[in-house]
Write a protein that binds this ligand. Structure first.
Ligand code: GLV
Ligand code: MG
Length: 307
């Protein structure tokens, strides 16, 4: 089933240690921001980064953006304090917590329970804060179905390619790029595995970062591959990647127009026939209930993008 949720074509990474970037991100056209406490922030900078993030969420203008904070993973000593400080400090101005390097459903249960306790303490609606689960190693991928099903709070399953490549000893240093020695797309299986789990449980599927931030053409090439499979969006590490992501994860105008035409034509011809026709012709194209569903996916993405 196609996941419809908050728009997430472009998910901008913003280090919590940089007050300047926390300010600048508010004016950029990304669908989502995630304010980072994990790998973009040095261990000694984490306590201040928590405070910067709380202040930025409460005092900044994030209108039109999904607001997410990435906490540290559960093998570190920092996770509980990240969650408690950020959610107690800014829970009403926050949409989701992103949990990196998720390895099993129990880790999602832990976060779900902690969020429930904080929401109750603060008098917030229980369940209003969502969870984004990053898949970054073999355990996470093998358990991805259970992770996606672990809580109704889970909104997205995210591919974390850099950590993933390191964790499986992939022989490459360029995240997302094809590897000349391998005759195919080495990420295809991982992306499809994540996509199937996400769709089975009606979640969004998000592609991870592309690190060569000045090469927007290369970003576009990598993004097009996951967009073609059905991914909903991709991380952006630099303002220069935002427009490309918004474009690549929206339908092409011609496809959007065609999808709306299929929906109109199918409704019109089938109701004309008093509900007795299952398949009808639109020009040279036969359209039926399955075509209507395919058209609905493209139309929904286009409408969400304001086409
Ligand atoms: C993102 O966190 C990655 O590891 O690619
Ligand atoms: Mg990572």
């Amino acid at each position: 089933m196609a996941a419809v949720g908050r728009p997430r074509r472009s998910c901008l990474a913003v280090p919590g240690s940089s007050v300047k970037m926390l300010g600048k991100a508010q004016g950029l056209p990304a669908d989502q921001v995630f304010l980072d406490l994990e790998d973009a922030v040095a261990p000694l900078a984490k306590p201040d980064a928590r405070k910067n993030i709380v202040a930025a969420l409460n005092e900044g203008d994030w209108t039109g953006k999904t607001r997410v904070v990435r906490v540290n993973d559960l093998t570190t000593p920092w996770t509980y304090r990240d969650v408690i400080e950020v959610v107690e400090g800014a829970g009403a101005n926050l949409d989701c917590i992103m949990l990196p390097k998720v390895q099993n459903a129990e880790q999602v249960h832990w976060l779900d329970l902690l969020l429930t306790q904080i929401e109750k303490t603060l008098g917030l609606e229980v369940g209003r804060i969502g969870i984004e689960a990053q898949i970054e190693n073999a355990a996470g991928l093998v358990n991805v179905d259970a992770i996606a099903a672990a809580s109704p709070r889970v909104e997205t399953i995210i591919f974390g390619p850099a950590d993933f490549m390191a964790s499986i000893n992939m022989k490459s240093l360029v995240v997302g790029a094809l590897i000349p020695d391998y005759p195919g797309d080495p990420y295809h299986y991982i992306l499809m595995r994540i996509l199937m789990a996400a769709r089975m449980h009606d979640k969004q599927a998000i592609d991870g970062p592309f690190l060569q931030i000045r090469d927007v053409d290369a970003f576009r090439e990598v993004a097009k591959r996951s967009a073609a499979l059905g991914f909903d969006g991709k991380w952006v590490l630099h303002p220069g990647q935002i427009d490309a992501a918004n474009e690549v994860y929206s339908p092409a105008q011609a496809d959007y127009d065609h999808a709306e035409l299929i929906l109109d034509a199918y409704d019109y011809y089938t109701s004309e026939a008093g509900g007795k026709l299952g398949a009808v012709m639109l020009g040279d194209e036969m359209i039926d209930e399955a075509s209507r569903k395919m058209a609905l996916v493209i139309a929904a993405k286009g409408r969400a993008a304001g086409m």
